[in-house]
Ligand binder design. Structure first.
Ligand SMILES: C[S@@+](CC[C@H](N)C(=O)[O-])C[C@H]1O[C@@H](n2cnc3c(N)ncnc32)[C@H](O)[C@@H]1O
Length: 283
């Protein structure tokens, strides 16, 4: 195992269990974002994820989930992603130690391959859980979105003594739309399940404060750590694959990188010019 430390934030090259024990004191993580291998046959840098049975996979998940709960601060929050078919089991396990506040659906556009004989998969579930339901960070003002009423004119709330227009912003509901990370996007890295920065931005802004500790036990391309650094949070990211650790060192702007972890060069693409939208015909 190798730990790259920069001003208290850490990139850890190692297995989830030893990585968390070595770099995150119990009760210290204000926010943990967990995006584990889903056990659906994805290939991470040439290695196919594979467990002998569903039960074996779930037992492994329960072990690191329990470690994450122990690492979580008493007022901390945890977000957990998993495959749609596995999330109910993890939900039941997590409920023994945390309160699940929201069951979020991350909805996205379909992939290139369109399903022909079944309904294509267009979402991934995310659990939002806290240790203490009476005391946790939720910064609603930092994540407001436009409230769409469907009406062109502003709706008026006549229940008030002086009728006033309804607020045009709101806290997001539990269905989130963010496009998946695709090949030509500036944030794209070569990884089969990289999560979009705007998704992590919403989670980190809502559930942590500046200088808080944000932990990602399966960091992949270190999206969580890159966004946490930009938002002035401390971070720990653990990842078993050295190639992805290299990507992480580059993304968070780490200055000392070992030779075997030399970050692969980042592909750069010219941003595409949006095609001008046709102006509506006025008459
Ligand atoms: C779903 S991906 C995470 C993607 C990440 N959220 C991102 O935005 O790039 C899961 C990651 O867990 C890593 N991984 C698998 N087994 C691990 C283990 N035992 N310990 C630490 N990391 C592991 C894989 O290499 C993979 O990069």
């Amino acid at each position: 195992m190798q730990i790259f430390d920069q001003n208290g934030s850490k990139i850890v090259h190692g297995d989830v269990f030893e990585g968390l024990e070595a770099s995150v004191p119990d009760g210290s993580a204000n926010l943990i974002f967990v995006d584990p291998p889903y056990n659906i046959g994805k290939v991470f840098n040439g290695k196919k994820e594979k467990w002998e049975s569903d039960d074996e996979y779930l037992q492994w998940c329960y072990r690191w989930l329990d470690v994450c709960v122990r690492k979580l601060h008493p007022t901390g929050s945890m977000y957990l992603m998993a495959a749609t078919q596995n999330i109910p089991f993890l939900d039941i396990h997590l409920r023994k130690s945390l309160t699940i506040l929201s069951r979020i659906v991350w909805h996205y556009d379909s992939s290139g391959m369109q399903a022909k004989r079944l309904y294509g998969s267009m979402y991934e579930p995310i659990l939002h859980a806290v240790k203490d339901r009476t005391s946790y960070t939720f910064k609603a003002d930092d994540i407001m979105v436009e409230a769409r009423t469907g009406a062109v004119r502003k709706l008026i709330d006549y229940r008030k003594s002086t009728p006033t227009p309804y607020s045009n912003s709101k806290v997001p509901g539990n269905v989130w739309y963010f496009p998946r990370v695709r090949y030509r996007m500036p944030e794209y890295e070569e990884h089969p399940s990289q999560k979009p920065e705007p998704l992590l931005e919403r989670i980190i802004k809502a559930s942590s404060n500046e200088n808080d500790l944000v932990v990602d036990p399966f960091a992949g391309t270190f999206t969580t750590c890159a966004v946490a650094a930009r938002l002035k949070r401390r971070f720990v990211g653990v990842e078993v694959d050295s190639r992805y650790v290299g990507v992480g060192l580059r993304r968070v702007g780490h200055t000392e990188s070992e030779e075997h972890l030399t970050p692969p060069p980042k592909k750069t693409f010219k941003a595409q010019q949006p095609t001008p939208r046709e102006q509506p015909q006025l008459f």
